[in-house]
Unconditional design. Structure first.
Length: 80
């Protein structure tokens, strides 16, 4: 897979951080954080789709490469 743009990696990191912030939340705080996480994930998916279309790469391959780049670079933020 070709190089993954830093923008995609940053978006995925933002989404992962938003997911990690769900830990320990309940009620309205949890619901608000879920909305932030989903918005961040939607942004990641849109950027992955645009990159795949622009480069002619498989969307699945781009998504896998982004996730691998992020997860290899850091520990799971939910564990910290």
């Amino acid at each position: 897979m070709a190089d993954i743009p830093d923008e995609l990696i940053a978006l995925e990191c933002t989404a992962e951080a938003a997911r990690a912030r769900l830990a320990g939340l309940t009620g309205d705080e949890y619901e608000a954080q879920v909305r932030r996480w989903r918005a961040a994930q939607d942004a990641v998916q849109a950027a992955i789709g645009a990159h795949a279309e622009a480069t002619g790469a498989s969307r699945t391959d781009v998504e896998r490469a982004v996730q691998q780049a992020v997860r290899c670079a850091q520990e799971d933020p939910a564990v910290e």
